[in-house]
Design a protein around this ligand. Sequence first.
Ligand SMILES: *Cc1c(COP(=O)(O)O)cnc(C)c1O
Length: 381
Amino acid sequence: MKRHFETRAIHDGQAPDPATGAVVPPIYQTSTFAQSAPAEHKGYEYARTGNPTRAALETAVASLEEGTYGLAFASGMAAITTVAYLLRPGDHVLLPDDVYGGTYRLFVRVLQRYGIESSYVDMTDLTRVEGALTARTRMVLAETPTNPYLKILDLARIAELAHARDAVVVVDNTFASPYFQRPLLLGTDVVVHSTTKYLGGHSDVVGGVAVTSSKELYETLKFHQNAAGAVPGPFDCWLVLRGLRTLAVRMDVHARNAMRVAEFLRSQHGVSRVFYPGLPDHPGHEIARRQMTGFGGMVSFTLTGGAAAARAVASAVQVFTLAESLGGVESLLDHPASMTHASLAGSPLQVDPGLLRLSVGIEHPDDLVEDMRQALGAAPA
Ligand SMILES: *Cc1c(COP(=O)(O)O)cnc(C)c1O
């Protein structure tokens, strides 16, 4: 019988160390490995190419994503950059119109110089996805729930449309985590993560991973992982692995608390809209129920008082911390227009300055609701 997610999170890739019996995979803090004769070794030669602590993480994440192969990177952006090495000059990539800001910047400010074109559409509208695919589209990079509007994309349908044109489908699964969503089972080709977020889960490490079940894609990505060299150090891999083991219990609490906070916000006069896929009137709720096993820990909302009110709330929070990033045990509040999404100002993708984004942590939900109540009280109507 295939083991359950919670069990695999703790055991896959993490058998006791064969040399010593250490129950926790050791941090192999070494750059090179002894060879018994030239090119004869125990599977490791140089630590950019492979390291046992990294291999443990790669195996564990691949298992949780229901994939065959995992690759770890120095950051989420390093993972996405390495996936972009699948492209050639003249290729076109289709992305969601509220894709992660760093991914947008990578495609527009870096990869465009290498002849890679990208375009951005609202991928909740499948006719627009279909219309935006061209003969040169080689990749669709989807993200769901999206950031910061938490739109839900229908991954199975997007994969069908993209595959009809022989484009590779990559999903940034950072927001849902594999506990709530397994895109490879929906027919997509590669999953990427910023492990900085829920997988690490404690806001103490920056990292990324890519997972696939295609041997061909894996071999190309593995070649580029080593050739470009954006690999994580063993201690960072160890931290992400430690986070992974509690992913299931953390995600359950993140989602439960997020629902509590979303429902509270919706009852407040100063709040004009609440974006949370767990709310039955969220436009993506039905698709989310089908393709996810939980709705995640991210909640966004707009204030009737607009930008001034958003700034006032952002400065008044006490349990929530005003900070970029997400996915840690502690609750964070972000003002996307001036923080995470500031680089989109003036572009067609710019974010409403009256919007706030919450990464709801695993503190006691009453304390989170109380903090929101007092912070909303600080906002001009
Ligand atoms: C944070 C994030 C990234 C980038 O990851 P880093 O680890 O910061 O490089 C990519 N995608 C999403 C959805 C993210 O939240």
